[in-house]
Design a protein around this ligand. Structure first.
Ligand code: MN
Length: 172
């Protein structure tokens, strides 16, 4: 089975990098509000450049330059293509993906659909209606931590990352 990872990343603004392994690379979308378990919510997902598979395990602080800021592995696992008529690669080109996630936090069916005119990078991430959909829980609030280390974004910026300097030390 192919893998997926969602990295919570606080760069210029906070977002969740949603990545699906498709043909050996991580197809990637930046989701400003993060995923919602409520199937009535449509979360904007801006397609960004593919990332290499090795990036899926990155957790730490990106230094000065593009994407500067802390990253945690917010969720990870495997997924299954739910479209029997189309490969993931076809779905990517057509702008319509439907898949089931088997992660630590996210489970069940999801869709990613491109909207607007062809070539637009704007997609929508939506939870499909199934037993894992939930209108009450806010998963990004309820589970802010890394599934790999238990750390939060805040832990990375205050807990001795390279940005920390003696003047930041409030323990004295
Ligand atoms: Mn990012």
């Amino acid at each position: 089975m192919a893998s997926f990872v969602i990295q919570k990343h606080r760069a210029t603004s906070l977002h969740y990098d949603f990545r699906l392994e498709i043909d050996g690379v991580l197809a990637s979308w930046a989701v400003p509000k993060g995923p919602s378990l409520n199937s009535a919510d449509k979360r904007l997902a801006m397609m960004v450049e593919d990332h290499p598979m090795e990036w899926a395990s990155f957790e730490g602080v990106i230094g000065p330059g593009y994407g500067e800021g802390p990253v945690i592995v917010w969720d990870r696992g495997t997924y299954e293509n739910l479209r029997e008529d189309e490969t993931m690669k076809d779905g990517l080109r057509e702008g319509r993906l439907r898949f089931a996630l088997l992660g630590h936090k996210l489970r069940g069916g999801w869709s990613l659909r491109r909207f607007g005119r062809g070539g637009d990078n704007a997609w929508l991430l939506v939870k499909l209606k199934d037993g894992f959909a939930d209108t009450n829980r806010d998963i990004v609030v309820e589970r802010p931590e890394s599934v790999d280390t238990g750390r939060t974004i805040e832990d990375l910026t205050t807990g001795g990352a390279h940005r920390a300097t003696p003047s930041d030390d409030r323990s004295a």
